[in-house]
Write a protein of this length. Structure first.
Length: 198
């Protein structure tokens, strides 16, 4: 019975990721608006993903450092759990950002056609890809670790998974907040210059 439940965790995680991908595919199939809208959306997506890649570079260095500290100070299994949790969190961020930047322009297009229902569902589905990715990668990562360790005291190792996922999410939240604030200020200044406001 316990073995069956252990196998169900990674299977459930994979199913969740399949649903997230199907949701993303449905978003991609929607009209993305005029050429100008698509060009602006492309620039936004490139900027957001460039930020994420740069942040991921520094996060990987941080993850490697903490991994070595955990290995030396606590236990190798805890360090492995930390690394797996960290990378699951990183991948969830990339999936979520890709879906959000894709959904933005399609939501705008639906709203410009006065199709409130479609605009709402597009925005909702864009956010749900991130939610599904976080939950699915969490279940998948924990399920795989549980199967690998296969020990009665497995829970003490899995603490590292939560620590890894949380630390990456914390950095992403702080870094993302600074990035979006800079983007807001930049957009405000550009808008004032274009409108000729002193």
């Amino acid at each position: 019975m316990t073995e069956t439940l252990s196998l169900l965790m990674p299977i459930t995680g994979i199913l969740g990721l399949i649903i997230a991908y199907r949701t993303y595919s449905q978003i991609e199939a929607l009209p993305a608006g005029s050429e100008k809208m698509q060009a602006i959306a492309h620039d936004i997506r490139e900027g957001a993903l460039a930020f994420l890649k740069k942040e991921a570079f520094y996060l990987v260095l941080f993850i490697a450092l903490v991994f070595l500290v955990l290995w030396a100070a606590i236990q190798f299994e805890v360090a492995i759990s930390y690394a797996v949790g960290s990378f699951c969190s990183l991948f969830a961020g990339f999936f979520g950002m890709t879906a959000a930047t894709s959904a933005n322009v399609r939501t705008t297009q639906a709203a410009s056609e006065k199709n409130q229902g479609l605009a709402l569902m597009t925005a909702f589905n864009g956010g749900s890809v991130m939610g599904l990715s976080v939950a699915s990668l969490g279940i998948l990562g924990l399920g795989i670790l549980y199967l690998i360790f296969d020990a009665p005291a497995v829970a003490q190792y899995l603490v590292g998974f939560g620590m890894g996922a949380s630390s990456v999410a914390l950095f992403a939240r702080v870094g993302g907040g600074i990035y979006t604030k800079a983007a807001d200020v930049g957009a405000d200044l550009v808008g004032k210059v274009e409108a000729g406001i002193p």
